[in-house]
Ligand binder design. Structure first.
Ligand code: NAD
Ligand code: UDP
Length: 319
């Protein structure tokens, strides 16, 4: 298959590119390097089946050859990034999604949308299944991401209904792993970075809020499985093991053998108290279930962060 993978230089996009190339597919990667990094592409750069197009996908573009899939993984992701780039976030998920849907329609390609568990907002149903409509404040600072993804899903469904476009929508829950960037605000990478630098670990509120974290390799397995089934409605992809944020802070401090203090800061406005996927549908449809144990995933993430930090770091992993 030839795959147009948009957001290829990002955390998830670059892992997906690796896997597609390893599975003998061709990848035409697109990125404008807004939040992505060139070093994420170091391992595929010279691959004969990889091609890179630098482009901002809110502007339409043409290809010189047809593709089998258009995969949309371009968007600022963590709160640190989507609040820094609110307009870009809204545009890439609205105008950008439309450009890519048009492209898929023109080339008779299948379309894959990376949506998010954040479409459920601050949920009053727990855990969240695909049939739940969510609880999103359309005017909160977080809405630039949540509402943009809800629009992207709606537009994707409209192309499916109107033109019969063969679409997939993955609602991705909090994902972590190597190649996440420390400045996107996502809690795992932020806590690791704080801990290894001896800075205070910043827990919002009293840390009793919960999230569920999936390792990136499990997510990629789920994405590849979803490509192989003809199912056009959204599917949750996440790990249903729920953790309190304070527990996470202590775990990362122990793992890094850090002496960082835990610093309590006010809870930002409209922060969801909980988020946990109901993955009954994915289990049944894809025969998929997250496999990577949390400590194993955290250690791999930590290894990656350490390999990127100064060689004189004295941090040790608590094996
Ligand atoms: P990321 O920021 O690492 O990657 C996004 C990539 O898209 C970057 O390389 C960026 O430069 C590129 N990009 C952004 N705007 C663009 C534009 N206008 N034109 C071209 N390229 C553009 O984010 P990620 O964590 O890899 O997330 C990938 C996708 O998965 C996003 O759609 C995100 O919303 C979704 N998602 C991620 C998570 C997570 O936990 N990481 C959870 C839910 C959903
Ligand atoms: N969080 C925290 N301290 C931080 C960053 C995040 O306590 O410095 C908490 C935040 O309150 C939330 C959780 O970690 O409950 C996950 O935050 P993240 O930004 O990673 O993802 P999201 O809230 O978008 O799920």
């Amino acid at each position: 298959m030839r795959v147009l993978l948009v957001g290829v230089a990002g955390f998830i996009g670059s892992h997906l590119a690796d896997r597609l190339l390893n599975n003998d597919h061709q990848v035409i990667g697109v990125d404008n390097f807004n939040t992505g990094r060139r070093e994420n592409l170091a391992q595929v750069h010279e691959h004969p089946e990889f091609q890179l197009i630098e482009h901002d996908i809110v502007e339409s573009f043409n290809l010189d050859k047809p593709v089998d899939w258009v995969m949309h993984f371009a968007s600022p992701t963590g709160p640190g990034k989507f609040m820094e780039y609110p307009i870009q976030t809204l545009r890439v998920n609205s105008e950008g999604t439309r450009c890519l849907l048009e492209l898929a329609h023109r080339y008779n390609a299948k379309f894959f949308l990376a949506s998010t568990g954040k479409v459920y907002g601050d949920p009053d149903l727990h855990p969240q299944s695909e049939s739940y409509f969510g609880n999103v404040n359309p005017n909160s600072p977080r809405s630039v991401y949540d509402e943009a993804k809800r629009f992207a899903e709606s537009l994707t469904q409209a192309y499916h209904r109107k033109f019969g476009l063969d679409v997939r929508i993955a609602r991705i829950f909090n994902t972590y792993g190597p190649r996440m960037y420390s400045n996107n605000g996502c809690v795992i990478i932020k806590f690791i970075t704080q801990a290894i630098n001896g800075q205070p670990i910043t827990v919002y509120g009293n840390g009793s809020q919960t999230r569920s974290f999936q390792f990136v390799d499990d997510l990629i397995d789920g994405i590849l499985s979803l490509m192989n089934v003809k199912f056009h409605k959204p599917v949750n992809l996440g790990c249903p093991e729920e953790r309190q944020i304070l527990e996470l802070a202590y775990l990362i401090r122990k793992l890094t053998r850090s002496a960082s203090e835990i610093q309590y800061l006010p809870l930002p406005k409209d922060e969801p108290q909980t988020r946990c996927p109901d993955i009954t549908l994915a289990k049944k449809l894809l025969e998929w279930d997250p496999q990577v144990d949390f400590l194993t995933g955290l250690r791999q993430t930590l290894d990656h962060v350490q390999s990127q930090t100064a060689a004189n770091s004295t941090v040790m992993i608590d094996a």
